[in-house]
Write a protein that binds this ligand. Structure first.
Ligand SMILES: Cc1cc2nc3c(=O)[nH]c(=O)nc-3n(C[C@H](O)[C@H](O)[C@H](O)COP(=O)(O)O)c2cc1C
Length: 194
């Protein structure tokens, strides 16, 4: 396969895998480090490099999930709170290996539009997902639970203008890779002028 075909295959076969489909096998930290290195090569307007990562492994995964569930309980109207969701968040880490919380660090100068900083961090996250796919690592970009809640920002000690972009759940799976699905034909997403 030429380089394009390899890249295309990795991109098209990358799938989101839920933590409940992961099998508990640990990922070597050297591989996590390699994924972070890929992330660091995302494009960045003004070279602000706004991507930041908080990596949880081993017991810290369990603690993070417990704390995340506690944030959900503390910040949720008792009428909307459900035990099912609380337990889902609390148990999210049981079968995965690492969680990487990714956030956008707003630069002090604020010279780049926030949209572009978010775009740069998204590109960094996609680099991680593609790297993971190429290594046979299962991954999910999650924005569930309290990801976007102010309490998560406070828990992580982030600045007011920083933004949590998502939780990357990483592990291994025994489940066969699912067929990808796209609902809208590409032609409907492209306007081509000649
Ligand atoms: C910004 C963002 C947030 C997402 N949040 C969630 C989430 O909270 N829970 C979830 O199951 N999947 C989440 N996903 C993954 C999507 O569900 C998934 O990408 C989509 O179903 C397409 O499947 P694929 O990634 O296998 O192609 C998120 C994806 C993105 C880009």
């Amino acid at each position: 396969m030429n380089t394009f075909d390899i890249l295309q295959s990795i991109i098209q076969h990358r799938r989101s895998v839920k933590p409940s489909d992961m099998n508990g096998k640990k990922i070597e930290n050297t591989l996590i480090q390699r994924l972070l290195n890929l992330a660091d090569w995302a494009p960045t307007h003004g070279r602000t490099e706004p991507w930041r990562f908080v990596v949880y492994e081993q017991e810290a995964v369990r603690k993070f999930c417990k704390d995340h569930a506690a944030l959900y309980k503390a910040a949720t109207d008792p009428e909307k709170f459900t035990n099912a969701k609380f337990e889902k968040i609390e148990q999210q880490g049981d079968q995965l290996s690492h969680i990487i919380v990714v956030y956008m660090k707003r630069s002090v100068q604020n010279s780049i539009p926030v949209l572009e900083e978010i775009a740069a961090v998204s590109a960094a996250m996609q680099n991680i997902l593609l790297g993971a796919a190429s290594l046979g690592i299962a991954a999910l970009w999650s924005t569930g639970g309290m990801t976007h809640d102010i309490s998560m920002k406070q828990y992580l000690g982030l600045g007011e203008e920083d933004l949590v972009m998502g939780l990357l759940f990483l592990g291994y799976t025994d489940a066969p890779v699912k067929e990808g699905q796209r609902r809208i034909p590409l032609e409907e997403k492209v306007m081509w002028h000649a």
